[in-house]
Design a protein around this ligand. Structure first.
Ligand SMILES: Nc1ncnc2c1ncn2[C@@H]1O[C@H](COP(=O)(O)OP(=O)(O)OP(=O)(O)O)[C@@H](O)[C@H]1O
Ligand SMILES: [Mg+2]
Length: 266
């Protein structure tokens, strides 16, 4: 499904600020895998997502999606098959457009390519969007004509999630998408995420700063450090892994304490 082959990215090469953000990283995901990603601040988690989405070109290596080499594809063309939800609920939606306009735009982009008529908001489409929103009890389904900027953070994240998944993406990337929400809303958005991912068997990568969540959500956990994959856990090894074990493994491999001011250890 996703096949990352020896990618590297150095920022500000040749300056005093030169920084290797991704260091010869390889990673293979099978169809339907749900991978959680943890790692200290600056480990390269968001940079990995940026590389996959084409926010910049990698310095070396290749990225294949469903067997197709997308290494040199534009961000725009990758966005048709890769959905992404950010930590900031303000990102990913157009605040001055209504819920139905945002959904229609995203849906047509992903499903019909450049056909301008696909953007039309038909009654049938609105009903389809409404039915999907109603399933999640976020109180949004009767506000289809409300501008998205007026919604709460949690409501916006659910709309963004639907924008990314109503037309099923090949890959869904979640970058701490519940981190800016209060605990109850974060839990609700997480539950909705799990439902959408499992019902549609979407191959998913989710960055989280909650280490426990990284072990209990999805099927595989990857710890990044200094632009490299430090741990890659699945199956029994993952099932039996505790947060304490994970931190110990980090310290053993790196010969230093795990350092992160944002990580949640409980
Ligand atoms: N566009 C850029 N220009 C220069 N440096 C960058 C750029 N993007 C990322 N970096 C640097 O690359 C490193 C990795 O950043 P990245 O955002 O991937 O970290 P992260 O693992 O997502 O961390 P966090 O948990 O804080 O979100 C950091 O040192 C960061 O400053
Ligand atoms: Mg990040």
């Amino acid at each position: 499904m996703l096949d990352i082959q020896n990618i590297s990215k150095t920022f500000e090469k040749g300056t005093v600020n030169e920084h290797v953000a991704i260091n010869n990283m390889s990673l293979k995901l099978e169809d339907g895998e749900f991978v959680t990603i943890v790692g200290s601040n600056g480990a390269g988690k968001s940079t990995l997502f940026n590389a996959i989405c084409g926010s910049f070109m990698v310095d070396s290596g290749h990225i294949l999606l469903d067997g197709k080499d997308i290494t040199y594809d534009s961000e725009h063309s990758r966005a048709k098959v890769i959905g992404r939800v950010f930590q900031d609920p303000m990102k990913g939606t157009a605040p001055n457009m209504t819920i139905e306009e945002n959904l229609a735009l995203a849906y047509s982009r992903a499903s019909k390519g450049s056909n301008p008529f696909a953007r039309a908001i038909t009654k049938k489409k609105v009903e389809f969007f409404r039915e999907n929103l109603a399933r999640y009890n976020m109180g949004i389904e009767d506000r289809m004509k409300t501008k998205i900027g007026l919604l709460s953070g949690g409501q916006r994240q659910v709309v963004t999630l639907l924008m990314c998944t109503l037309s099923i993406p090949k890959l869904l990337l979640l970058d701490e998408h519940t981190a800016a929400l209060d605990p109850a809303t974060a839990q609700k958005v997480m539950d909705i995420t799990k439902t959408i991912v499992s019902e549609n068997n979407i191959t998913t990568m989710m960055i989280t700063h909650n280490m426990k969540q990284s072990l209990t959500t999805g099927t595989r956990t990857i710890m990044l450090d200094s632009g490299e994959i430090l741990l890659d856990l699945s199956g029994d090894e993952r099932d039996n892994m505790t947060m304490e074990d994970m931190i110990k493994m980090y310290s053993m491999k790196k010969q230093k304490e795990f350092d992160n001011d944002r990580i949640l250890l409980s």
